[in-house]
Design a protein around this ligand. Structure first.
Ligand code: UDP
Ligand code: MG
Length: 318
């Protein structure tokens, strides 16, 4: 029988957890009652260094309900790292994990569909949003732009799949071998390989609290994802450099011809245009190079991706 772990990252979710935690636990009990998953299955909450009482809420839930466990990170490391912490903690305890948001946005009944696919032999099951009708027009527009832009930049990802997915133990073991500190799980998980498929679900509105992803953070996520997974921007710079050089060569020949035919005039506007254009292009390209250098800087240091401060697992107790 499958031992299933639901892995749920939480950051400042004290208003949300009391509402959604019972839903996750009830789902597990129901699956255990029908004999689909083993009695060792758990809901694992990861407290991503919350500044509110989230950890007290999680510890109280864990003390109350044997199906609930929690892991607390030493500080806020962001959604991706928190999720990884949960997945790697569950790796040695579970046959399969399903990651979800803690705000009840990911439909809990997707768990059944994912288990079906897992039992049919899939190692990775992506939860894909059936539609985006519950999103604001703004979120829908920016999300679409995000996928288009990242794909154009050479980052392959499953369209409209966020971080709601099932992973088998061997897929997690594969993921554990990726040591990079610039984490973008959506792009990394497909690189693990094995048989995968998608299931579709309706994403609901947040139960309480508000989203942690502002437009700025979404843009940062896009840049991080692209520069962690693709070198296409560097190739685009080379192509741009080549094009500008060829055009410049033509312009030089033309300028010299004008000079020797004594047809030159004081060209303030054209000078300004060329200087400004080339200055802009060069700074942009240096910026892109800088993004990659920043990534290398972080990778070379290889700092820990997260540090576990405490957990509710009995074997970890001091
Ligand atoms: N989250 C986290 N660390 C952070 C920010 C968010 O663990 O620094 C968690 C958050 O509690 C939630 C999930 O990541 O369970 C997704 O965040 P959110 O719901 O704010 O994003 P959205 O669903 O709006 O994209
Ligand atoms: Mg959410």
């Amino acid at each position: 029988m499958t031992t299933l772990y639901l892995v749920i990252p939480c950051y400042n979710e004290e208003t949300v957890l009391p509402v959604t935690a019972p839903l996750f636990a009830d789902k597990l009990s129901a699956l255990q009652a029908t004999g689909r998953i083993s009695g060792d299955s758990r809901v694992l909450f990861v407290d991503d260094g919350s500044k509110d009482t989230t950890w007290s809420v999680i510890s109280a839930l864990a003390a109350d309900n044997r199906l609930v466990e929690g892991v607390r990170l030493s500080r806020n490391r962001g959604h991706q790292n928190a999720l990884l912490a949960g997945l790697l903690t569950a790796k040695d305890k579970a046959d399969a994990t399903i990651s979800m948001d803690c705000d009840g946005q990911d439909d809990i009944h997707t768990v059944d569909k994912m288990l079906d696919e897992y039992e049919a032999g899939c190692d990775i099951v992506y939860g894909v949003r059936a539609d985006r009708s519950t999103d604001s027009v703004f979120k829908r527009g920016t999300a679409r732009a995000f996928y288009r832009f990242t794909r154009l930049m050479g980052m392959e990802s499953v369209y409209d799949h966020a971080d709601c997915r099932l992973m088998s133990r061997r897929a997690l073991e594969g993921l554990a071998q990726f040591k990079e500190v610039n984490l973008y799980l959506r792009g990394l998980v497909p690189l693990v390989g094995y048989r995968s498929t998608s299931v579709y679900y309706d994403r609901m509105e947040r139960t309480a609290g508000k989203s942690h992803y502002s437009l700025r953070r979404m843009m940062r996520l896009a840049v991080d994802g692209i520069t962690s997974l693709s070198t296409r921007p560097l190739k685009m710079i080379t192509a741009l450099g080549l094009t500008v050089s060829l055009v410049s060569l033509g312009m030089i020949v033309w300028s010299l011809a004008r000079h020797f035919t004594d047809a030159t005039v004081a060209g303030w506007a054209s000078q300004m245009c060329v200087t400004l254009f080339l200055g802009g292009v060069q700074l942009l390209c240096v910026g892109v190079l800088g993004e990659y250098i920043g990534k290398i800087y972080a990778e070379v240091k290889a700092r820990p991706r997260y540090i576990v401060q405490e957990s509710t697992f009995e074997e970890d107790a001091p």
